[in-house]
Design a binder for this molecule. Sequence first.
Ligand SMILES: NC(=O)c1ccc[n+]([C@@H]2O[C@H](COP(=O)([O-])OP(=O)(O)OC[C@H]3O[C@@H](n4cnc5c(N)ncnc54)[C@H](OP(=O)(O)O)[C@@H]3O)[C@@H](O)[C@H]2O)c1
Length: 420
Amino acid sequence: MPFKKHSRQYDLVVFGATGYTGSLIAEHITTNFPTDLKWAIAGRSYNKLLNVVERCKTLNTVRQPPEIEICSLNDEDVTTLAKKTFALITTVGSYAKYGEFAFKACAESGTHYFDCTGEAVWHASMIRKYEASAKASGACMFPQAAIESAPSDLMTFSMASLIRSELSAPVGDVVAGIHEVHGALSGGTIHTALGLFDVFHWKDIAQSHKPYALSPVPNSKEAPKPSFLSRLTGLYTIPKLGLMSTSLTAGTNTAVVQRTWGLFKQVPSLQKQFYGPNFTYREFVRAKSHLRGMAMHYALAVGTVLFMFCPPVRKLVLKYAYQPGEGTSKDNQAKEYIQFRGVATPDIQPSIGKQAWCKAEFSGGLYYLTGVLVSQAACTILQDDLDLPGGIYTPACLGQGYIDRLNKAGFTIETKLIDA
Ligand SMILES: NC(=O)c1ccc[n+]([C@@H]2O[C@H](COP(=O)([O-])OP(=O)(O)OC[C@H]3O[C@@H](n4cnc5c(N)ncnc54)[C@H](OP(=O)(O)O)[C@@H]3O)[C@@H](O)[C@H]2O)c1
């Protein structure tokens, strides 16, 4: 499929390509994108960018390596960069500390934008500050398009699409989560997660995880209430998914899925995909035993309080964790794996005894998967006619064309109808 025609110098710029995630994005583009892509890598250090270019040359000797763009973190430089390209991916993080320059520049310059933040509180503040600019400039902006939130959003979209096409029904309750994972966090992620408490007040973080906090339209429909025992133990038994426990990323992922619900309700070109008035979403993580599930629940509760209110504990962890720029070695990345599962109940009364079931999985580096998710999202905007006006969107708004690209790139999303 050809890239869209436009008047800018580049189709795509990867800003932050010298980092752990950014260099994997450059790797995926080099080895998977059509060779007529006009692209550049950007960052503050010429020598580090040159190293990335040299690696791209060894990965694919046929294609032209990316151009180099030096860009410091200030409004003038980042705006100049944003104006040179049709689409921009940024991995300059933490986003709470450094992300606003690229977000603002793209929103105001009509540049399509992709990032891999998991910081829902920052995402919420970007919506408040720049949604009007993006709507006015025509920029389609996709924050939270990485491994943390895109799979939840895309699995929900896939199950809802199946229920609509096979059962002609809207969706009721959806439950999803990680079923199995082998992998480790990068230094950039650890510093970002713990640094969030230096930038935002805990009340703002809690506010961004409230139901429908990121949705453009409110929804008063509440997810099924947990039993007293589930609240006490953190354990849930979900039919077809098994024993589950509290998930570290449920809050930020739910915010994105619920924003999709609101965008599908609000944006005319997306309304045919609206999930329905009785949609609810819950996310957990598989517990391998009752004991381990309870341990995960309490470790998360205690860890959150310690990290939030005890800066010395944050400092200590940061001292011994990977540093920014570091992460799992190439050899270990090859052994990584992640599998998500979900179930969705059609909103049909009385019940017809059917559910949609979904499995999404990827074998290989988890940060490489982030590279696949953000760069294939950018490819979708570069190639597909999406009929999206300017605005701030979620991964599911990229639709089936995006999911098809991900399937081809190794992140497979499989859905089927099962007996409830
Ligand atoms: N939510 C998810 O699923 C997910 C997945 C992957 C990554 N992430 C997020 O993505 C971000 C990047 O992660 P990472 O592991 O790739 O981090 P990293 O290796 O530390 O890379 C950070 C990048 O940002 C640049 N940068 C940092 N501070 C800068 C500054 N003051 N001025 C200019 N450039 C600056 C770095 O440039 P230099 O090389 O010049 O230092 C580097 O290119 C983090 O916020 C992480 O949490 C999220």
